[in-house]
Design a protein around this ligand. Structure first.
Ligand code: GTP
Ligand code: MG
Length: 361
């Protein structure tokens, strides 16, 4: 019988969670930027191997969030991800200090699953932190976990960026996974999200990369149109900002900024989908969207507790193939070189469905 189960990837903002997920999958399922709190929602990375299916849940960085609004939503997403998992990969940036880890430890103390502490960014040893720091950091973390009853399976030095030190963690994690049916029987499927989610994320990634500190946090993306009946497929999206002044900054002098954001996002989308697309962006002021519960819902930021149906990690394991329209990124032909399978796989009612990225050989 094959193994099948969930692993949550958790930790403080900017620790390298999404980088690690992308490395394991060999595909850019989760966006990565140098700014903290890039990831806003849970996203699954489905890793199907001969021995079984390990489903990673990338999560937003854990921080103390004010009540209400997008930050509370982000933390609710983390809490949901930590339920019913076989293990937690707890990612730590050793350039930080153990005292800053308290919000993470507070969440992990309620988790029964074993925890792997992964000291990331080891390629920066001697640059952003000294070896002696790591030793202290590890000792302090271990002591704190012991006191809180967190079941630490081990501490591993890794580099998510360079792909170093990850194999032993994977091996130990396979051992913790229960035997069972695959949750995602389509072995090529890489994520649970529809394609338009990934398009919106590629746009958001460019906002983080190309705009000043505050602005990206005030932006939400809505895909207005995804028409694959035309060639190239036509995607239209709105960047919602919270205030008029932000609108001007996203558009830039003579529209230069929005043009650059659009070009870079389009290139990323094209690589992800393995085909040319048209991407049109517009900017709209949606006053205080990040604080208004109803607007957040409209934008898809629905609290896990408010979602009508949820895939239980323990029960209701699907034995049928997941319907195409429910699923997102898949492995397939090599991105950028593939003959894309687009229109034939799209179910118009729901979000578009395309072949996207390739699992590494
Ligand atoms: N040098 C180095 N940089 C890394 C490593 N892992 C991640 N990074 C960098 O750290 C930054 C944050 O990486 P992310 O993967 O977005 O971090 P995250 O934990 O997902 O962040 P949030 O989504 O904001 O919580 C990016 O600039 C990455 O390139 C690593 O092993 N070494
Ligand atoms: Mg992330």
């Amino acid at each position: 019988m094959k193994k099948s189960g969930f692993i949550a990837i958790a930790g403080r903002p900017n620790a390298g969670k999404s980088t690690l997920l992308n490395h394991v999958l060999g595909s850019k399922v989760s966006i990565v930027t140098p700014k903290a709190q890039t990831t806003r929602e849970r996203v699954l990375g489905i890793f199907t191997e001969p021995q079984g299916q390990m489903i990673f849940i990338d999560t937003p960085g854990i921080h103390r969030a004010k009540e209400g609004g997008i930050n509370e939503y982000m933390m609710a997403e983390v809490k949901e991800a930590l339920k019913d998992v076989s293990a937690v990969w707890y990612i730590v940036d050793p350039a930080s200090a153990s005292k800053h880890e308290q919000p993470v430890l507070d969440l992990l103390r309620g988790v029964k699953a074993p925890v792997f502490i992964l000291m990331n960014k080891m390629d920066l040893t001697g640059k952003t932190f000294a070896v002696s720091n790591i030793v202290n950091f590890e000792n302090e973390l271990q002591a704190a976990c012991k006191e809180l009853g967190i079941d630490v399976q081990g501490i591993h030095p890794i580099s998510a960026l360079k792909g170093k030190g990850i194999d032993p963690v994977l091996e130990a994690s396979w051992n913790l996974l229960p035997e069972g049916e695959f949750y995602y029987p389509d072995e090529d499927q890489l994520s649970d999200r529809p394609t338009k989610y990934f398009v919106a994320e590629k746009v958001r990634e460019q906002l983080f990369l190309q705009l000043g500190d505050e602005i990206p946090y005030c932006c939400a993306i809505e895909i207005d149109r995804f028409d694959e009946k035309v060639t190239p497929p036509r995607i239209e999206a709105t960047i919602h900002v919270e205030r008029d002044s932000q609108k001007g900054m996203v558009i830039g002098q003579g529209g230069a900024k929005i043009k650059a954001i659009g070009q870079a996002a389009r290139a990323e989308v094209e690589e992800f989908l393995g085909q040319k697309v048209f991407l049109g962006l517009k900017v709209n002021v949606l006053k205080d969207w990040s604080r208004d519960a109803e607007t957040l819902k409209r934008l898809g930021y629905v609290l896990p507790s408010d979602k009508p149906t949820q895939r239980s990690k323990k029960k209701n394991k699907p034995t049928q193939k997941t319907p195409l329209a429910d699923t997102g990124a898949r492995s397939g032909e090599k991105a950028g070189t593939a003959a894309p399978k687009v229109a034939s796989q799209v179910t118009p009612k729901v979000s578009p469905k395309v072949t996207s990225t390739k699992r590494p050989a």
